[in-house]
Design a protein around this ligand. Structure first.
Ligand SMILES: *Cc1c(COP(=O)(O)O)cnc(C)c1O
Length: 351
């Protein structure tokens, strides 16, 4: 039987997507060739890339003027690419520090100019989202992390800014409806909510590029990737293909609006158990709780052996918390069914 996969990333993908992907590895498009042994410039693959890009635009309801790229190097490469492409030579960028990923992003930005950490929740181990901060009007951009995968906190509101708005949405893109056109640049590693590792989605407003006065190496230059339709060099064909299939699966199942309802049900079910069962305590501040990654711990560590045994026996995978937080983390990305959360809750009730 398939396990209930709560892995934080790489994460669960829809079973039918995995089936289609494995078929395409052996025989893609009934052409008796594998998807991964044909040219990325062949018509069948160019169509895959275009379809993936169009699905992103359609699902996020992006207006004209945005380009969609599938790059390599993970979200971690975007930490430096965003700064390289958007920070002026004598510029400044503002960062909201909400956890490990934000800190890693701002560390890279410091290589390119002034970084203003406008607020940080480090004082409380990143268990909340700072509010009431001001964004300096002379910042070239503000960088946010919409969902803090490790701590289980999530931004529910996004500030209005004069400068550009950049967001790392690696672990909650396509999980909830919002006005995506408020962002000038969005990036996300595929392996959290979209596909396998190897592709990084970048959505960028064309008009913001080419304004820094910097020379940018070709592979790190968004403009070059846009001009080459995301095929400046060999794209990660398998990761793009599986991402396309997952996006198609999402569209066929009612798109973001429909999946958001299920994601809310999953989160409500698990948080209700954490809050009502004295054996457990949540990590994140209630108003900032993530619907994707739920972090919690046992109130009495002597229950650990029993709990670990029970969830393992119930066929649950990937519940261990991140090494920097400890405890448990249930990641409930789009492809995780509500039934899996019920299995976890039933186990928790036995503690
Ligand atoms: C996982 C993660 C990253 C790092 O992604 P890579 O693709 O492994 O580089 C960055 N930001 C967030 C929010 C993440 O969850």
């Amino acid at each position: 039987m398939k396990k209930h996969n709560f892995s934080a990333g790489p994460c669960i993908l829809p079973q039918e997507v995995l089936k289609q992907a494995s078929d395409a590895i052996l025989n893609f498009n009934d052409d008796n060739l594998s998807l991964i042994e044909i040219s990325h410039r062949s018509k069948p693959f160019v169509e895959v890339m275009e379809k993936a890009q169009n699905l992103v635009k359609e699902l996020l309801e992006l207006p004209e003027g945005y380009s969609v790229l599938f790059l390599q190097g993970g979200a971690s490469t975007q930490f430096l690419m965003t700064a390289y492409n958007l920070m002026k030579t004598d510029g400044k960028a503002a960062y909201l520090d909400t956890g490990t990923w934000s800190s890693k992003a701002l560390k890279e930005a410091k290589l390119f100019g002034d970084v203003d950490i406008i607020a940080s929740s480090k004082d409380k181990g990143y268990n909340y989202i700072p509010k009431n901060y001001t964004v300096p009007s002379d910042a070239d951009y503000l960088h946010l992390t919409s969902n803090n995968t490790i701590y289980g906190t999530q931004l529910k509101e996004f500030p209005k800014t004069e400068g550009l708005l950049v967001c790392d949405m690696s672990s909650d893109i396509f999980s909830r409806k919002m006005d995506f056109s408020q962002f000038d640049l969005i990036y996300a590693g595929a392996q959290k909510n979209m596909g396998p590792a190897g592709a990084t989605l970048v959505i960028v407003k064309d008009e913001i590029l080419g304004k820094t006065g910097r020379q940018i190496p070709s592979m790190l230059d968004y403009k070059i990737h846009i001009d080459k339709d995301s095929m400046f060099n060999t794209p990660p064909v398998f990761a793009v293909y599986v991402s396309m299939l997952t996006l198609q699966w999402l569209k066929d199942n009612g798109g973001i609006e429909a999946i958001e309802k299920i994601n809310e049900q999953k989160a409500a079910l698990l948080y209700a158990e954490i809050d009502s069962n004295p054996a457990f305590v949540g990590f994140a501040a209630k108003e900032d709780r993530s619907s994707m990654n739920v972090t919690f711990n046992l109130t009495d560590q002597s229950n650990q052996e029993k709990f670990d045994k029970l969830w393992n026996e119930a066929g649950i995978n990937g519940l261990k918390g991140h090494r920097s937080v400890g405890g448990y983390r249930a990641s409930m990305y789009n492809a995780l069914p509500l039934e899996s959360v019920q299995v976890l809750v039933d186990v928790m009730k036995q503690i």
